[in-house]
Design a protein around this ligand. Structure first.
Ligand code: UD1
Length: 418
């Protein structure tokens, strides 16, 4: 199994081009199920989760052609409306096929995704929302079996701004009869991108990226050509590496607005951040040891849970005591025991981690547990004295394109070993 070997304490500097956002690409590729016409998407990252999505789509009858980072999908003839356990269990986001299949084909059978390392992750908001649009939903042998003659527009108010439920309902409502009003929606930039992609397919949507999304259902959608937005979490991870190595890194191809809550925290701990809103880039310079801070993960525009682990790696080396409160997922501190192996001082009480800053990390063998936890271990290794080996890097391959190549270009000593 692949491992990543890092020799740390190299100051990172230079520019890095951000890839397309995984969490925007996944629902956008899946939205091709809504149309009989060809949909072309640019800047699709080459990641394990994308390959899994294309596999799921192929299973359902959507043909795909991948040329570089351009993916062309054709959903003219849907061959199956069933997403089996074997496909869904490897990637929870497969549950997004439910809304589009139901809306276009009138039925869908999708395996319940089950829990994952970061928590239980139920899909009750997805199912309750689809029921409001008129779907009949049964749970049978671990599968969600959903039926509807034609979905009917309705008002759906989410209890919590769930990214997954917002995406599923947004997609489903584009083909429902009449108007759907979604309230309490997730405002994450990836939801704005999904809304824009659906609009490019001819859907009538407004308000995506805000609390309230209004959708006038259509009888059918057209083809489209849409470029995927830049990955804000990938961008934040490279900027964090500059903080940790007292470096100077510019990330290209990312809207600073998408990452504002993270940039504010970087400034809070002493980094100099330059935002280029027109040129879509962010430069971060760090000249001294970071200072401690307190942060809480929240839905967008708050601090993203997907940057929590990376920020914790940074705060482990800050001067003073920091706190990190995780409010989105119940079990998202699996990186803590691994960071302790590098010499960190962290105590977890419930959903809060108290981090007493230490002067330095010492390299160690580490075990990756989930995608963003793995990124924090890579960051830890980049700052640590000597050699760090990160095991189980397949977690990283789900979300970071060309990670070693990109870090190497910034001056890191990093390689993949068998
Ligand atoms: C998405 C992202 C993930 C990110 C998360 C929060 C993708 C592929 N994944 O995950 O990277 O960390 O948003 O920004 O885009 N919940 C329920 N019932 C539901 C749905 C959600 O209780 O039906 C709860 C979850 O358990 C969690 C919270 O709501 O505690 C947020 O979940 P949600 O926003 O839906 O996250 P995901 O879509 O799973």
């Amino acid at each position: 199994m692949d491992k990543i070997r890092i020799v740390g304490e190299k100051r990172l500097s230079g520019q890095v081009e951000v890839s397309g956002a995984k969490n925007a690409a996944l629902p956008i590729l899946i939205s091709s199920l809504l149309s009989e016409k060809e949909c072309r998407f640019d800047r699709v990252p080459d990641l394990q989760d994308i390959r899994t999505t294309l596999k799921v789509l192929r299973h359902l009858g959507v043909s795909s052609k991948v040329v570089g980072s351009t993916v062309t999908l054709n959903g003219q003839s849907i061959a199956s409306t069933e997403a089996p356990y074997d496909l869904v269990r490897t990637m929870r986001a497969s549950v997004w096929v439910l809304g589009p299949l139901l809306a276009r084909m009138g039925h869908a059978k999708v395996s319940l995704p089950g829990g994952c390392a970061i928590g239980a992750r139920p899909i009750n908001f997805h199912l309750e929302g689809l029921k409001k649009l008129g779907a009949q939903i049964e749970l049978e042998n671990g599968y969600v079996v959903a039926k509807a003659n034609r979905l009917q527009g309705a008002r759906v108010a989410f209890e919590f701004p769930s990214v997954g439920a917002t995406a599923n309902l947004m997609m489903a409502a584009t083909l429902a009869k009449g108007e759907t009003v979604l309230e309490g929606c997730a405002k994450e930039p990836e939801m704005t991108d999904l809304g824009n992609a659906l609009k490019a397919m001819g859907a009538q949507i407004e308000g995506h990226g805000s609390d309230v999304i209004r959708i006038q259902g259509k009888d059918s959608l057209s083809g489209c050509h849409h470029p995927i937005m830049g990955d804000r979490i990938e961008a934040g991870t490279y900027l964090a590496s500059a903080v940790l190595t007292q470096g100077d890194v510019k990330v290209l191809g990312i809207s600073p607005d998408a990452l504002e809550a993270v940039l504010v925290q970087f400034e809070q701990i002493g980094a100099v951040v330059e935002r280029d809103l027109k040129g879509l880039s962010i430069r971060l310079q760090m000249k001294q040891r970071p200072q401690a801070t307190n942060l809480t993960t929240l839905p967008f525009p708050g601090f993203p849970t997907d940057m929590q682990a990376q920020m914790m790696a940074v705060l482990c080396l800050a001067s003073g005591t920091s706190t990190v409160r995780e409010t989105i997922f119940e079990n998202r501190f699996m990186h803590v025991p691994e960071l302790l192996r590098l010499g960190a001082d962290i105590q977890v009480k419930g959903n809060t981690a108290v981090i007493r800053g230490v002067e330095s990390f010492t390299g160690a063998p580490l075990m990756a547990t989930d995608l963003r936890a793995s990124a924090s271990l890579i960051l830890g290794g980049l700052a640590a004295k000597g050699e760090t080996i990160v095991n189980r890097v397949y977690h990283l391959d789900r979300g970071y394109e060309k990670l070693e190549t990109k870090f190497k270009a910034l001056g890191a000593e990093i390689e993949r070993i068998a």
